[in-house]
Design a protein around this ligand. Structure first.
Ligand SMILES: [Zn+2]
Ligand SMILES: [Zn+2]
Length: 457
């Protein structure tokens, strides 16, 4: 049959290594797309590729997986549109290979009522990827009065969190967990005891002592992880622990999972790859919350990700303006952007170094997040939407902040062994955008994401 007139597909992603964590498929094959759906997955009789055929996307040597999902993104709309909007955040997401993002509610005003959730969905109509809002646990994120979770769920909130802050009062959290169970929404916990972390700007330990900076001890996170796990057990609610950063937290979650509690967790690319040694350069982009920890912690978080204690990789993409970050370390806000660098970091530091296989990595970026938040995405199968990401695992790319799609450029500078980068060094190379082919205009959410290799000058 003449393929050009073949009515069975509009597009064909040909010859890719297809990785689907749900079925365990990891095989070279062809994916046929008609309309916005996958109509056929062929791993036996592969089509012969003719370059000039516009309907056929030559994906030989590439990985085709479910569209990546980031369950922890801070978009700054409403309130700080100078730092990120829903639209610019979606551009960054697509550039990084993410076809779905969940946005945190610590906007100004916060997402604590139906109207604010409606606002996100209205704005998301022009976004380049799917955007699902997470709503607040308490009104105004003040930790005092519960939000109307049933209304929020009806409006389309997929989870609840006061992220940026913990729910400090255990009585409030108990009621929040009980209510969330009734409406069947996961509670995402930012685990931080504010009295223990008070005034801290980095991990408390040897490096903070050397630098003379105030520390945030591991125990500030672990006491709340322990408390929240107990409360989740007591209430039977679904608890998701955000940005796990310490070996003690990993151990607590591992133990909770052993006891079959309804507890899941995530780790960020920066907590999986960087230590508090990065602060030696006083680079405010490395000031994050929870802080970058020690080598022992990073190794424990990687181990947790590997053995399933940690379910997902999530960016905690936190845009901040240059003016805000270009201050003394003590005064800079916490957070770094991550949507465009996550895949590259994970590939370079976890896959290439044999900590995780591609199948395991893709599961932690697609299927696992989808399961936690009851999303339909995260799988490649016939009849499912063609929500796909195509990754070139060989392509090297160097991060140039000015070339990033995110409205804020607060990415970290890389360090080589023991040597920090000077202020004028940094990133060089070609622009990200030149290398990314997004097909989402033609097919829903098919993205050519390219592996970003982060290199320092
Ligand atoms: Zn947080
Ligand atoms: Zn966050």
């Amino acid at each position: 049959m003449n393929r050009r007139s073949d009515p069975t597909f509009d597009y064909l992603i040909a010859g890719a290594r297809i990785i689907d964590p749900e079925s365990g498929l990891d095989k070279v094959g062809d994916i046929y797309v008609k309309g916005k759906k996958i109509t056929r997955i062929e791993t036996e009789k592969l089509i012969s590729i003719r370059k000039k055929d516009r309907k056929i996307i030559d994906a030989r040597g590439k990985i085709c997986c479910p569209g990546l999902i980031d369950i922890h993104t801070h978009l700054r709309e409403p309130g700080r549109e100078d730092e990120e909007t829903i639209y610019t955040g979606s551009l960054a997401a697509v550039a990084g290979g993410f076809t779905t993002i969940l946005c945190m509610p610590n906007t100004q005003p916060p997402l604590d009522d139906q109207e604010s959730i409606n606002f996100i969905y209205e704005k998301a109509k022009t976004a380049k990827c799917k955007v699902y809002p997470i709503a607040c646990i308490t009104a105004g994120r003040e930790g005092k009065q519960l939000t109307e979770m049933a209304d929020l769920k009806n409006a389309g909130a997929v989870g609840i969190s006061d992220d940026g802050d913990p729910v400090s009062d255990p009585r409030i959290l108990r009621h929040a967990l009980e209510y969330s169970k009734m409406v069947d929404l996961p509670v995402i916990s930012h685990c931080e005891d504010l009295s223990l972390s008070k005034d801290g700007v980095m991990n408390e330990g040897f490096v903070s002592t050397v630098l003379g900076l105030r520390g945030i001890p591991s125990i500030a996170e672990e006491t709340i992880v322990a408390r929240d796990i107990r409360l989740a057990e007591f209430t039977g609610a679904r608890l998701h622990i955000a940005h796990v950063s310490t070996s003690g937290s990993v151990e607590l979650i591992r133990e909770a999972k052993k006891r079959k509690l309804n507890v899941t967790s995530e780790a960020t690319p920066h907590h999986l790859t960087l230590t508090d040694e990065s602060i030696k350069s006083f680079d405010t982009n490395c000031k994050v919350n929870p802080p970058l920890r020690t080598r022992k912690d990073v190794d424990a978080v990687i181990k947790g990700l590997k053995d399933g204690t940690i379910d997902c990789i999530a960016t905690d993409h936190a845009p901040h303006s240059e003016e805000e970050k270009d201050v003394e370390f003590d005064y800079a806000p916490f957070g770094m952007i991550g949507l465009e660098t996550a895949l590259g970091l994970v590939t370079t530091e976890l896959v290439e170094k044999n900590h995780l296989s591609w199948l395991q990595t893709i599961a932690r970026l697609t299927l696992n997040p989808a399961r936690i938040f009851d999303l339909q995405q995260g799988k490649i199968k016939v009849g499912a939407p063609a929500d796909l990401t195509v990754i070139d695992p060989e392509l090297e790319w160097e991060v140039v902040p000015s070339g990033l799609k995110s409205k804020s450029k607060n990415t970290r500078r890389m360090e080589t062994k023991g040597q920090s980068l000077d202020d004028h060094g940094g990133w060089k190379g070609s622009s990200h955008s030149e290398n990314v082919k997004a097909f989402e205009c033609e097919i829903d959410c098919i993205i050519f994401a390219l592996i970003i290799y982060i290199k320092m000058n």
